[in-house]
Design a protein around this ligand. Structure first.
Ligand SMILES: [Zn+2]
Ligand SMILES: [Zn+2]
Length: 498
């Protein structure tokens, strides 16, 4: 079940019951028997079923969680004739036919080991899907909070990411490395150090004309992320056959490559991804001149937002709400003007009120600021932090959602009561707008802005890259990232070839 898929084959898996991971499978991985009727695959009979019971005891023991949870996975494997899959220069492994392909190591989310949902596997070195692609050896691959959702809790049955993931898939979308092979039409040459934008929108998939959103320049909202052209995965980190950030190598289209400045050392290089998330979000709805900003959360997204604010909007006073002591220390080291620690019964709202010239209304811990901060960045994604952000925003203010909030119960009354705007953002793209800071020029890609922020030292790697692991220590690496409070972890990275 975990083997490398070949051209002309497709594996389908269906989850029937689970305490922990089924919603991830069904709705994030999008693997259901119904996929056998995917138009590109035609109608094919379903083969023999394979049943497995998968315990995630070891993982939960490592992070001190209850051990009884289990997953039941029913895998349905289906062989399909090569003619049933769309042919063309982008078709799977066609380009590897007839030559011996060296293997590389990669961490694969495959549920193959009853002890842990991912495995270290040998896969073919990624083949270039087209002449304008490059093969990159990975120097740094970050572990993202969104990766940890796959290991520690489910994201709920939201349809947003349905069907956007290959299964099994190679992990890691925070990627920096060095080009080791460049196709004839790839302008970035062998030897170049690069940040890799993990998104695979129309242009990278060779889809021409592009979708309506890409045509508008909204490549982070590409309508073809689930097209299954080049890969069934929406982005690197969720694909098979293209390598990944938790792998020795990865393949990327030339449009996904951004030259790394000399001022960004290898161990800091994968930080471009969270900083780019913040930069794109801030330019989706920039704070008005002089507005103080509250950042709720001081994990890597909160700290990356702080760094991006200093690079894009340097004159804005920034208050950071930090849950853990080591996060508070890091926020101060990254230049926060004020750091507030959450207190029982939301007693810290008094401090937030003072910093924003507001008063506190409410009782028994259910508190709100009047008016509040004109600009709030939610950088956690938990229901409490979304509610806290909404209750802290001022009238006619903006709450930017950068944490990957899921299905949850939140207090939405401040949105209408304060006529506030709730703004969403995902991934990376060219933002047409500009900002006053050094990374703020008009019509720049968010990854390039992020690299400027990093090169200027606004997110020092000695502060935020707290742990480095080789690939074969992937279980310890994931456990460390999950246990961030106990391990004092902020950003945990792999150094596959570093
Ligand atoms: Zn990420
Ligand atoms: Zn598109």
């Amino acid at each position: 079940m975990a083997e490398h898929l070949r051209h002309g084959e497709e594996a389908l898996h269906r989850v029937v019951a689970s305490d922990v991971l089924a919603p991830v499978h069904e709705h994030l991985l999008g693997v259901r028997a119904a996929d056998a009727r995917h138009p590109r695959l035609g109608h094919h009979p379903v083969g023999a079923e394979e049943r497995r019971v998968i315990h995630v005891d070891e993982l939960h023991r490592r992070v001190g969680k209850p051990a009884q949870q289990r997953v039941v996975l029913v895998g349905v494997r289906l062989r399909i004739g090569a003619d049933a899959i769309q042919q063309g220069s982008h078709a799977g492994h066609a380009t590897t036919a007839g030559r011996i392909v060296p293997g590389v190591q990669a961490v694969q989310f495959d549920l193959a080991d009853p002890q842990f949902p991912a495995s270290l596997v040998d896969v073919d070195e990624p083949a270039l899907p087209g002449p304008d692609w490059a093969r990159v050896e990975v120097l740094t691959g970050g572990i993202c909070g969104s990766d940890l959702h796959l290991f520690s809790h489910n994201t709920g049955p939201s349809p947003t990411l349905y069907g956007n993931v290959a299964f099994p898939f190679l992990l890691g979308h925070e990627i920096a490395g060095r080009v080791v092979e460049a196709g004839p039409d790839c302008a970035v040459r062998v030897g170049a150090r690069v940040a890799v934008d993990p998104c695979i929108p129309c242009r990278a998939r060779g889809i021409d004309p592009p979708c309506a959103n890409c045509a508008r320049g909204w490549t982070s909202s590409c309508l073809n992320l689930d097209s299954r052209v080049v890969s069934p995965g929406r982005s690197l980190g969720f694909t098979q056959g293209l390598g990944g950030g938790w792998a020795e190598q990865v393949a990327a289209h030339v449009s996904m490559l951004h030259p790394l400045p000399d001022g960004v050392p290898d161990r800091a290089a994968s930080l471009h991804e969270p900083v780019s998330i913040a930069a794109h979000g801030l330019l989706r709805a920039p704070p008005a001149e002089g507005d103080p900003v509250l950042v709720v959360g001081a994990g890597i997204i909160g700290l990356a937002t702080l760094g991006a604010l200093r690079g894009l909007f340097p004159s804005h006073e920034v208050t950071v709400l930090a849950r853990h002591e080591h996060q508070a220390t890091a926020a101060r080291a990254c230049g926060a003007d004020h750091v507030v620690r959450p207190a029982p019964d939301n007693a810290h709202f008094a401090e937030l009120a003072e910093l924003s010239g507001s008063r506190v209304v409410g009782r028994r811990g259910e508190l709100m600021l009047m008016p509040g901060f004109p600009y709030v960045v939610e950088a956690v994604g938990a229901p409490q932090s979304v509610t806290e952000s909404l209750r802290a925003v001022a009238h006619h203010g903006t709450v930017l959602l950068l944490g990957a909030a899921g299905i949850s119960e939140v207090d939405l009354t401040p949105v209408w009561y304060k006529e506030a705007a709730l703004v969403g953002s995902i991934d990376h793209t060219v933002d047409a707008g500009s900002a006053p800071g050094l990374a703020g020029g008009p019509s720049r890609h968010s990854v390039d802005r992020a690299l400027d922020v990093l090169a200027a030292g606004f997110l020092p790697d000695e502060v935020v890259v707290t742990h480095e692991f080789p690939l074969d220590a992937y279980r310890d690496a994931v456990a460390t990232a999950i246990d961030r409070g106990g391990a004092n972890a902020i950003k945990v990275v792999f150094r596959p070839c570093g």
